[in-house]
Design a protein around this ligand. Structure first.
Ligand SMILES: NC(=O)c1ccc[n+]([C@@H]2O[C@H](COP(=O)([O-])OP(=O)(O)OC[C@H]3O[C@@H](n4cnc5c(N)ncnc54)[C@H](OP(=O)(O)O)[C@@H]3O)[C@@H](O)[C@H]2O)c1
Length: 241
């Protein structure tokens, strides 16, 4: 769909949605810089032509150098795709302060700091696209993931505001429903077979998949979406309806 479009910086590319996007964008002829912490996973990506940078984006002081290194290697960004995120499933009364701080930092502070970098002409082209992965939890918070939902609702607010401030650059998001990745596999007591069967019954078009989310991102960053900005596209097979 997106043939040979410039340079995509994918934050959180060693698994799940980010990995799928890094591999498919490079296969279309884009330059891709992939960021994550796990060096072994990044080495696998490098074998498919992705330029990989290992780093923990929670260390906010690293972000300017990380972005500058990507631009130096592959040119101005034509898209910045933020997939790194963290989930915490437990009643709010059980959440420790450091868990809350970590959740908001990765899900909201990191995208905000990266947006500040992205906005510069030294970093991105005038028609570049900022895209972040939100969640349906931002639209319909569920008990046990209230803080996660709030962090993603904040991300939606960031997307809406940036779309107004950063034009002609576009700012978009995708809000997936529950899907099978390492993020959900960490909670087998909840995200088990019974949960998946219930989700399938509640999703008129079928539950979200990694590739369906990546399809939506690929569309939103493409010239076919050139008049779409400030939108957070829900990809959940209709489960929140
Ligand atoms: N899975 C779902 O059901 C679901 C539903 C709705 C929304 N989402 C959202 O979708 C996004 C992608 O999640 P996913 O499901 O694809 O999960 P995933 O497979 O766990 O991917 C998360 C990626 O982020 C990277 N990452 C995490 N912390 C990082 C850090 N501090 N610094 C650098 N990279 C970091 C991870 O790599 P390393 O561990 O190697 O650093 C990994 O590549 C998240 O924002 C999530 O909230 C997921």
């Amino acid at each position: 769909m997106v043939e040979g479009i410039g340079h995509s910086l994918v934050i959180g590319a060693s698994s799940g949605i980010g990995r799928d996007l890094a591999v498919r964008l490079v296969s279309r002829g884009s330059k891709v810089t992939a960021v994550a912490r796990r060096a072994d996973r990044l080495a696998e990506l490098e074998a498919s032509g992705v330029y990989a940078l290992a780093g923990d984006v929670n260390d906010l002081s690293l972000l300017p150098a990380l972005v500058a290194t990507a631009v130096k290697a592959n040119g101005l960004l034509t898209s910045l795709i933020i997939c790194a995120g963290v989930q915490c499933i437990k009643p709010i009364r059980m959440m420790a302060v450091d868990e809350i701080e970590h959740l908001y930092r990765l899900n909201l502070t990191v995208p905000t700091v990266l947006a500040a970098q992205f906005a510069s002409r030294r970093i991105s082209t005038d028609d570049a696209v900022f895209c972040a992965i939100s969640s349906v939890a931002s639209l319909r918070p569920e008990p046990g993931i209230v803080a996660y939902g709030a962090s993603k609702a904040g991300l939606n607010g960031l997307i809406h505001g940036l779309a107004r401030e950063l034009g002609p650059r576009r700012v978009v998001g995708v809000a997936p429903g529950w899907l099978d990745t390492e993020l959900t596999q960490k909670f087998p007591h909840l995200y088990g077979e019974a949960f998946k069967e219930k989700l399938a019954k509640e999703s008129p078009a079928g539950p979200a998949t990694v590739s369906s989310v990546a399809d939506a991102v690929e569309f939103l960053i493409s010239p076919a979406a050139s008049r779409i900005t400030g939108v957070v596209l829900t990809v959940d097979g209709g489960a929140v309806l």
